[in-house]
Write a protein that binds this ligand. Sequence first.
Ligand SMILES: [Zn+2]
Length: 198
Amino acid sequence: MTYSATTKSTKHVPQRSCTVCRVKADKPDLIRIVRSPEGLAVIDTAKKLPGRGAYICPDSECIERARKSGKLANAIGTVIGEDFWPELLSYAENFSVSKDVKIRSVLGLARKSGTLLVGTENIERERRKVLVMTASDCSEGVKRFAASRENIALGMGSDELSEVIGARGGVQIVGLPLASGFAKKIMSLNIAERGNAI
Ligand SMILES: [Zn+2]
């Protein structure tokens, strides 16, 4: 697999999957929860504690799903008390993750839910207004296609974009209906990072 020199993946950071949404991310960008010797769920802030652990996105949606589904409790093999969840939520809020990591996670979820439009044809077929996102190495044609729409240039090349959404490769552009929660999330991340509206 080839990566453009500007992507993070060239650093070979170990990858882990979120126990809840299964999205793969760099290990430092996920929160590790471990079962303590006393059988309690503990946030492994240094990611060094021994014991049965599991990873989760620093995302309130994943945390809420973990609470409701019991997936995190199953993964670490213990019962998780109700008082643990607010602690995990506030930890997640302060957890520093780059915009790109969050966008990757949203794109992965959008793909799994069937909301993500992959390629210009699918975007064109969508009747609602679409937010389009282009790979950093997309063609001039794709750039022109994007320019006439609400668009965001992603900080990843097409190989990485394809991998993020579980496609075979060569994906240069993806889209999300502007009215969808996924598009709103991505726009809010983008605005938060740049400090201005797109
Ligand atoms: Zn997740």
